[in-house]
Design a protein around this ligand. Structure first.
Ligand code: GLY
Length: 356
C-alpha cells in the first residue's frame, strides 16, 4: 500500500473521529447529536399523559432495542391515534362544531433540535407521523390545513373519514342540546345529556409522550383532536413548538394537555425547560409555570367563584438526568411513566384540589 492510499475503513475511522471532535455548534449544524459527555450515561425514562399508559410500554421496549427516541415516541402515540376508543386523539377523536375531525400534532427531536408540526389536518389518522415527516423532509416546521393534507397525500398517507359512530353521536347530542333558540330539538332521553352548564368545560384531551434513552437523548411528541366542537380552523397549543411541547437536549423536555389557549398565551413548555436549565426540578418548574398561568388568567368567564382558573392544564416534564414529574392545575390527577421499574400511573403534583 502506498503512503497515499487510504483504505475505506481507515477513511471511515478518520471521518468519524473528526466528526466526534467537532465543536458543539458545528455538530448541531451538521445535524449531529450533542457529543456524549464522559460518564453521562442516563437511565431510560418515558413519560406521558395518563392515556399513554399502554403506549409507553411500547416506547420503553423500543428504547431497549436501540430505537431513536423520536421513532419510539411516535410509534407509541400512533397506537393511541389508531384507537377509536380514545376520543381525544386521531381516529375517533371528537370533531369540530361542523362534525369534522381536525387534528394537530408536533414532534421535537432533542439531538438535532429539529421540530415538525401539522395543524387542522383532516382525514389522516396519524398526524404525529406527518409532523415527523415535515421535520425530516422539508425546510419547514409547521404545515396547516389543506397544505398539510396535500403533503400527507404526497407521502402516501391514506385518507379516511375519522368520525366514528360514537364520536358522531356525541357531537350530535352536543348540537341538539346547544341552545333552546335554534331549530335543533333536544332528544327526549335525559341520560348522558350534555348540560348547558358543562358546555364550557369541553374536553381538550390529548396525548403527550417524551422519552430519554441511556445515551442522554430526548425526543417528544404531542398529538390531539383538540378542543371538542371547536370553531373550524381553531389551532390549539399541541402543534406549537414551545407551547404544546419543547425539548432542549442539554436540559430536558416538557409537554402539555388541557386548555390550549391558556398555554398558548404563556408558552409554558419553553418556559418550564428554561426554568429547569436554571436548576429547578421538573416538579418545581411545572408548578411555577402553572402559577404564571394563574396570574395571567384575568377574565371572569375563566375563573371559578374563588377566582381560580376554571379549566384543566397539565404538564409532563422530563430532565436529562432521568428526573421527571407530572403537574396539574387541578388534582388529584395522574400521568404515566415507564422506567426500569415498569410502566405505571403516578400522581401529578397540583395547585388546587377538586372539591366534590
Ligand atoms: N391542549 C389541546 C388543545 O387545546 O387543543
Amino acid at each position: 500500500m502506498s503512503a497515499f492510499t487510504v483504505t475505506r475503513s481507515r477513511f471511515l475511522k478518520t471521518a468519524v473521529g473528526f466528526l466526534a471532535g467537532l465543536p458543539f455548534a458545528s455538530r448541531l449544524r451538521a445535524g449531529l447529536p450533542a457529543p456524549p459527555v464522559a460518564g453521562s450515561r442516563t437511565r431510560s425514562v418515558v413519560v406521558a399523559s395518563a392515556n399513554g399508559l399502554t403506549a409507553i410500554e411500547r416506547v420503553y421496549q423500543l428504547l431497549a432495542n436501540n430505537s431513536d427516541t423520536l421513532e419510539a415516541v411516535v410509534a407509541g402515540v400512533n397506537m393511541v391515534e389508531d384507537d377509536p376508543e380514545d376520543m381525544s386523539v386521531g381516529y375517533g377523536g371528537l370533531p369540530n362544531e361542523q362534525g369534522v375531525v381536525e387534528l394537530d400534532a408536533a414532534v421535537m427531536h432533542g439531538p438535532s433540535h429539529k421540530a415538525g408540526a401539522v395543524a387542522a389536518l383532516r382525514n389522516i389518522k396519524n398526524p404525529s407521523s406527518v409532523a415527523k415527516l415535515v421535520m425530516e423532509t422539508t425546510d419547514h416546521v409547521l404545515l396547516v390545513g389543506e397544505g398539510a393534507l396535500q403533503f400527507a397525500r404526497a407521502h402516501g398517507f391514506k385518507e379516511q373519514d375519522l368520525l366514528t359512530e360514537k364520536a358522531r353521536k356525541t357531537w350530535l347530542e352536543w348540537k341538539q342540546n346547544l341552545s333552546p333558540k335554534d331549530d335543533w330539538l333536544a332528544p327526549p332521553q335525559e341520560d348522558e345529556k350534555v348540560g348547558a352548564a358543562e358546555l364550557f368545560n369541553r374536553s381538550t384531551g390529548t396525548i403527550h409522550c417524551a422519552a430519554l434513552n441511556n445515551r442522554g437523548e430526548i425526543s417528544c411528541v404531542t398529538t390531539t383532536s383538540g378542543l371538542e366542537f371547536k370553531i373550524p380552523g381553531r389551532v390549539g397549543d399541541s402543534p406549537i413548538i414551545g407551547a404544546g411541547l419543547y425539548v432542549d437536549n442539554d436540559v430536558g423536555s416538557c409537554g402539555s394537555t388541557g386548555r390550549g389557549e391558556a398555554n398558548l398565551q404563556n408558552l409554558c413548555s419553553f418556559h418550564a425547560v428554561e426554568l429547569m436549565r436554571g436548576g429547578r426540578s421538573p416538579k418545581d418548574a411545572g408548578l411555577e409555570v402553572l402559577r404564571q398561568v394563574v396570574s395571567h388568567t384575568r377574565e371572569d368567564r375563566l375563573l371559578d367563584k374563588k377566582g381560580r382558573p376554571d379549566f384543566g392544564l397539565k404538564f409532563y416534564l422530563l430532565g436529562r438526568n432521568g428526573s421527571y414529574a407530572g403537574v396539574s392545575m387541578w388534582g388529584p390527577a395522574k400521568f404515566a411513566v415507564a422506567d426500569e421499574k415498569g410502566a405505571r400511573l403516578e400522581e401529578c403534583a397540583f395547585l388546587y384540589a377538586k372539591e366534590d
